[in-house]
Every structure is written in C-alpha cells, then in structure tokens.
Design a protein. Structure first.
Ligand code: ADP
Length: 475
C-alpha cells in the first residue's frame, strides 16, 4: 500500500513526504517557457511506457537554479502534482552533519524511501550544501563528510537504469556556479533550468494567482491595482509578492473593510519593503550599529563615485536618514545623449560593489548585514548586461535579451566570465577604498554627525585627503 503517513514516524525525520502535493502548473505564474519545458517532462512521466516504446526517456535529474523565493519548490511540487506522483523532499543542509557517515546514509534513506513508492519525485533543496565542488575551499568544515554524501547521490542516480527511470530527482540551488560538475553530467542533472526574478508582466501574473481567493471591488479595479503594484515591485520575488497580497488582506480585515483597496495594497507594499529591509516594523529609531554601517556604506559609495564618476549622472548628495537596501546616494537626472564605453560599464560594476566591500572590510565577512545584500545582485546584473547585451566581451558578439535564453553550456560560460568580472571589480573596489581610506573615514564621521553630506563637500574631502598607494589590480 502507499501509506506515506508511516514515513513521518520513521527515523528519516529529515524527509518530508506528500502522497499528493495538490500543486499544479496554474499555481506558478510568469516565465511561461519554464512550464512548457516541465510540461513535457510530466507527459513523459505519465505515459512512461508509451514514450519508452518510442525511445524517449525521462531525464533523471532536473536542476532548478535561481534566487530564493522565485518558486523553485513550487515548480517541483507542481511536477509531482501534475504527474500525480508522491513527493519526497529534503534539504541539502540536512545531509551535512558533523557525524561521520551520516550524509551518505541519509542520501541512501531518501532514495530508498522514494523507490519504495516509485514512480515518485525526489526534491533536494539547497543541493549546493552537499553538492559543491570537491577539492575546493572547505567553507564551514565537514568537507569529507559532504564529499561522501555527494558521491552517494551520484551512485544513486547512476544506479537506476534508464529504462526504468522511476524516480525523478529535482534539485534546487541559487549557486549553480559552485556545484560539482559531476552532478551536471549526462544521466544526472542533465536538464538545467534557470528560474529568475519575474518581469513586470510576470509579477502581474503572479499577483493575479495570489489574488484568486481575495476580494476586490470589481474585476476591473483588481486589474488596475495589481498592474500598479507590478510596476512598483522591480526585483521582488514571487514569495514577496504573495506576502504583499496576504498583508493587504490582513490590513483589510483589521480595518473591517469588505474589499482590498489601493491604500491597503500600498501599505502592504511599504511593509514588505520595510520588513525585508529592516526586519522590524514601525521603528523610527535607527540603532547605532546600523547607523554606523549606513554611514560607512554611503561614504564608500561616495568615494567610488569620485574615483569613477558616472559620465552622465553626477551625484548630488547622500544621507543616512533612511534605511534602504540600495545606497541613499542621489544623482542628477540623466540628460542628453549617453555615450557609454566598455570601461564605463566595467566601472559601474566596480562602483556597485562598494557597499559589500566596505562592510566586509569594516565589519568582517562573517558579520555582514542586509544593507549590502542588494549590492552584489546589482553588480552582477551590470556584469550580465555587459556580457549578454553589448557584445563587447570574450563571451561573443551575439545579443541575448535574457539569461534564460542561454543553453546550459552558454550559461556556464556566462557565469565563469561574470565571476571573472566580479573578482576584478571586488579587488579594484577594495583597492580604491584602501587608497582613499582617510576620505572614507572623514565622510563617515560627517554623516554620523550631520546625517547628510553634499556633493561639493565630498569632492573637497576626496581631493584633499592623503591617499595611500596600492598595488595595481589586473583585469
Ligand atoms: P524557492 O523554492 O525558489 O525558494 P518557493 O517555491 O519556496 O521558492 O516560493 C515560495 C512561495 O512564493 C511559493 O509557495 C508561492 O506561493 C510564491 N511564489 C514564488 N514564485 C511564484 C510564481 N512564479 N508564481 C506564483 N507564486 C510564486
């Protein structure tokens, strides 16, 4: 019998099992091409024998990669739901324990459980925790243990014969770049799908999915409001959009209203940004440590803005009065023609690294906080733009609108090149900040004392501060 309930009591506590996920592709919105690709896999899973007669086999492994909250787990559950198969989920971090042999035996347990109920789906979230490159730096220890776990996954995946591919393994990661290449070889995770941040249309579609069970005054008003929210939520994930609608629903109930309105949605949006950025609601007092971090961040951004001035957008001023995940530096409006050279693009990557580099240098790599989190995203976006859309790099002259247009081989080439630009940008940024360390300190002090500083004063400090020569950084 398929009594999955007993699993919950088994010693395999790290596995969560669902006989039917109840999730369908309709629950995932935006990025339609992803669904199309997965739909095909579902068709093969459902008519296994028919397809086998034609010599078409289901891939053994599908790897979903992209930022957290973009719906990777949702998609994995939808595959199981659409194919009507049981779903076994574990997290890569659960495999990594300090006790010898645990990782490998947990992997064995997971596969044994899934096989007992085959055909079935295995989902391993954060697979990078166990599947990172072997022989690399041993971050966090447990390297040998992890390696055993990884080897066990490879053994399990190689173990089942293609003709009876009864268990589909779905992995999820936001670090494709650190995965061991052995995992990506043919017959393992040979289908790699990028799940990115949704576009504006995608955000609208996601909002509509999560508005299905909510009340609006009319269908038209709902469309208009959700369109507006979609416009205001660049870089938001599906999970964050879902939160906005839930929060708006709660506010509506609290105010004893019948329908969600514009006010509730905008307030929910503000809260979502706020809780994401400060982790605390309704707080006007900025803690001292956060103030210090903000001041250093703004000072570093200011010094980089002097070192690599943006040719078309002079900066005006900055402050530490508001807490945002992006720098507070204000720029003049862009006017006239934009004439951007390759070096301008590269310098923009270096500039974007400033918040993270200064925080790492001042507070330590193990003591980072959210105010520099978006900087890395920003910098890699600049790098991706340069590589994919300008035809100016070793990547080649073709134009790619999206990362998702890339076949896996090209995606890996892109990541290697992007990492190369990121390495250079981080080193260059760090070298500039060391050279102008005294200017950074002076601007930080002024920000802490006055709360803000204007462009002229920044330029004066930058020009007059003694600098400390640094060794050159090679691109
Ligand atoms: P991930 O596994 O990528 O971290 P999840 O699948 O856990 O993300 O996403 C969390 C929740 O956010 C989902 O359960 C879903 O409600 C919502 N969500 C995320 N992306 C989407 C999307 N594209 N369409 C609809 N809902 C989404």
């Amino acid at each position: 019998s398929r009594a999955l309930g007993s699993l919950g009591q088994s010693r395999a506590k790290f596995i969560s099992a669902e006989e039917r996920t109840g999730v369908t592709f309709d629950d995932f919105a935006g990025q339609e091409y992803i669904k199309n690709e997965l739909q095909e896999i579902v068709r093969i899973l459902k008519n296994d024998e028919e397809f086998q007669d034609k010599g078409i086999y289901c891939p053994k492994g599908v790897l979903l990669h992209g930022p957290p909250g973009t719906g990777k787990t949702l998609l994995a559950k939808a595959i199981a739901g659409e194919a009507g198969l049981p779903f076994f989920a574990a997290n890569g971090t659960d495999f990594v324990e300090m006790f010898v042999g645990v990782a490998a035996s947990r992997v064995k347990d997971l596969f044994a459980n899934a096989r007992a109920f085959s055909p079935s789906i295995i989902f391993i979230d954060e697979i990078d925790a166990i599947g990172s490159k072997r022989g690399g730096p041993d971050i966090g220890g447990g390297g040998a243990e992890r390696e055993q776990g990884l080897l066990q996954i490879l053994t399990e995946m190689d173990g089942f014969k293609v003709s009876t591919a009864q268990v589909l393994v779905i992995g999820a990661t936001n670090r494709l770049d650190i995965l061991d290449p052995a995992l990506l070889r043919k017959g393992r995770f040979d289908k790699i799908i990028r799940v990115g941040l949704p576009s504006e249309d995608g955000r609208f579609a996601i909002l509509k999915v999560h508005a299905r069970n909510k009340f609006f005054r009319s269908e038209e008003e709902k469309e208009t409001l959700l369109k507006e929210i979609a416009e205001l939520t660049e870089d938001f994930t599906g999970a964050e959009l879902q939160n906005i609608l839930n929060e708006a629903g709660i506010l509506t109930a609290r105010k004893d209203l019948d329908y969600i309105g514009r006010d509730e949605l905008l307030e929910a949006l503000k809260r979502q940004k706020g809780t994401f950025e400060t982790g605390q609601e309704d707080s006007t007092e900025i803690p001292e440590e956060l103030k210090l971090r903000l001041a250093y961040r703004e000072a570093a951004v200011a010094v980089l803005a002097c070192f690599f001035p943006e040719p078309h957008r002079p900066f005006v001023e900055t402050d530490i009065n508001s807490i945002r995940s992006q720098p507070n530096m204000h720029y003049a409006e862009i006017s006239g023609q934009v004439f951007a050279r390759k070096s301008d693009y590269i310098n923009s990557i270096v500039r974007a690294c400033a918040p993270r580099v200064i925080e790492e240098e001042m507070f330590g790599i193990d003591n980072l906080c959210w105010i520099s989190a978006k900087a890395t995203l920003e910098a890699s976006k600049h790098a991706e733009f340069l590589i994919l859309q300008t035809g100016m790099t070793a990547f080649g002259k073709a134009y790619y609108k999206n990362y998702s247009d890339l076949v896996p081989n090209l995606a890996m080439k892109l990541e290697a090149l992007r990492d190369e630009y990121m390495r250079y940008a981080t080193e260059k940024c760090s070298s500039v900040l060391k050279e102008y360390h005294l200017a950074v300190e002076t601007i930080t002090d002024i920000l802490l004392e006055k709360g803000q500083i204007k462009a002229e004063e920044i330029w004066d400090i930058y020009k007059s501060a003694p600098h400390v020569a640094q060794p050159p950084v090679s691109p």
